[in-house]
Design a binder for this molecule. Sequence first.
Ligand code: ADP
Ligand code: MG
Length: 695
Amino acid sequence: MNSIPEIFASNVFNDDVMRDKLPKDVYKSLRKTIENGADLDINVANIVANAMKDWAVEHGATHFTHWFQPLTGITAEKHDSFITPVSNCHVIMEFSGKELIKGETDASSFPSGGLRATFEARGYTAWDPTSYAFVKDGSLFIPTVFCSYGGEALDKKTPLLHSMEAINEQALRILRLFGNTTVKRVNTTAGAEQEYFLIDKEKYDKREDLIFCGRTLFGAMPPKGQEMDDHYFGAIKPRIASFMKELDEELWKFGVLSKTKHNEAAPAQHELAPVFTTSNLATDHNQLTMELMRKIAEKHGLVCLLHEKPFAGVNGSGKHNNWSMLTDTGVNLLDPGKTPHENAQFLLFLVAVIKAVDEYQDILRISVACAGNDHRLGANEAPPAIVSMFIGDELQAILEALEAGKSYGGAEKKTMEIGVHVLPSFPKDTTDRNRTSPFAFTGNKFEFRMCGSSQSISDANLVLNTIVAEQLCQFADDLEAADDFGKALTCLIKKTIKEHKKIIFNGNCYSNEWKAEAEKRGLHNYSNTVEALPHFVDKNNIRLFSKHKVFTETEMYSRLDILLGIYSKTINIEALTMIDMMKKQIIPAICEYSAHLARDISAKKAVGDFIDATPETELLIKLSTLNKKLYEDEILLEKAIKDVPVSYDSLEKAIYYRDNVFSLMQTIRSIVDEIEPVVPKTIWPVPTYSDLLFL
Ligand code: ADP
Ligand code: MG
């Protein structure tokens, strides 16, 4: 293998390659587009396209594809070859600027939430030059945004880019107020810690529920779960280690900054964390990471499960989304800094985030709502469904002192004055202790811990960007109009702390006391997807997203419709899978064992009354009783699915699926999980949790 610095980003048409392959003026003009969103001249695009094609062909590509992120949450691609015939028997490899910039795709099968009538099936993809093109599996992948014929966004990338623009604009206004004239751009950054399970492929293939739903619909707990904490950060087994090694090497080739890997809390669970980058790239990189995890696992005879809750009873998988703001001059705006001036600026950005999270708890909750995450949020390993913030005791004490105008500090207490005194430093380890908080300040960034492992991080980030942009906008409006900046700043920070400190909670978010306390504070507690989603189109939220040009109202309604539809479809697939497994595998297996028992009982009875058949008889009674209930519930489940009223709109349908289908599935599961431990392994039709979780 070549050295890592040599292979790093070797598949990427990145800035270095551009500088090397493009004429100077073309490179400059492309940089302008990348940095300021300036329109790309078609002549420039032609030259870039040609250079990209030559480079891609050198790297083994024969095709190109516009790579986009439809609302299914995964990526989509359609490949065209570079060949152009020049005569009957000759072709040349060609790629024009037009093909680079814009693609047209028959998009009728992608969800549009009613935005695009099926007769107008055209969708357009447009190059996003802020994310680099790369070569993979013989094709040049061009990151693109995806929209309808009418220009409405049909993807997860467009609103994310708009939200980055919004926060850039507002953060620059704030920086100018602090006298900063050098910063030209503020980007948001994201680092997504990805959790996942690896299980044996042969065993996976024997479970329809894993194949169709990505999670087990049945499964009794093995004698040992995660209670010993011996898997967490434990030694990595050779087969897993070789998977991780290959994954790292592949990711590095695509410029993904894969950095940390370790075993997680549940058996067979692992985590990968990259070094953070801009939200846009981090989103693309996370999609690539998930794709490569799946692909490389198969090469090692494994399957990578990215579902939020593949196994009941052990931890599910999330994705911690670390978030901050970074200037083009390299300053992290959530870093407290060392001077009173820097501290004052930090405090303003900090309270902007606090206010944003408090005012828009609902859309943060919605950004992580999906059927899979419903199993996780509020269960004991994950943050609760209630959004709150953790800022650590030290910062808490500082904010309290500021609000009350009281003194702060150890031996030599002093009154904290914004812009006059330097904040004491609060090292990362004092701010990182609370692992139960959904939204924690960890020294120089926030960590949003509610994202599901299978979800695109675009939603969480576009929400964070937009809600913070809104607060910065309000602050800038206020401060720009002030006569005395220092006074107005102090006043604004104090007022914000006072009005929004109710969102801060530094205690144990898993506890029942917190639930009660949160209710008292008036915080939202949307315990499931169907309860959360409709609030997406609350007036306040429509106003917010329209104001910052992230979504139009139409786009929001269409997204809501799509998300509700995905929820119902997910539950429907799960229910159908459950029915299939029950009919073809579980119920027949129970019948088979019951027949065994019945034969044994009569054989014993035939020998004579002095032989005791009590164990067999009692087991048979237990199994027959449970099996009867199972059989009846299976019929009810089939009926529930058939009876979904056709007149229902997407919300009514989702409610129906939650209350009539999902709840019945839970009951059925609990019966099967009671039966599984008493049926011999030789008869039980599918691999058990013990087989799956302990490789
Ligand atoms: P932990 O497991 O304690 O949460 P890790 O070190 O595994 O911490 O992960 C922290 C993540 O936060 C990494 O992906 C890291 O790159 C990311 N991160 C660090 N600084 C920033 C920042 N300024 N903006 C966004 N993400 C960041
Ligand atoms: Mg973390």
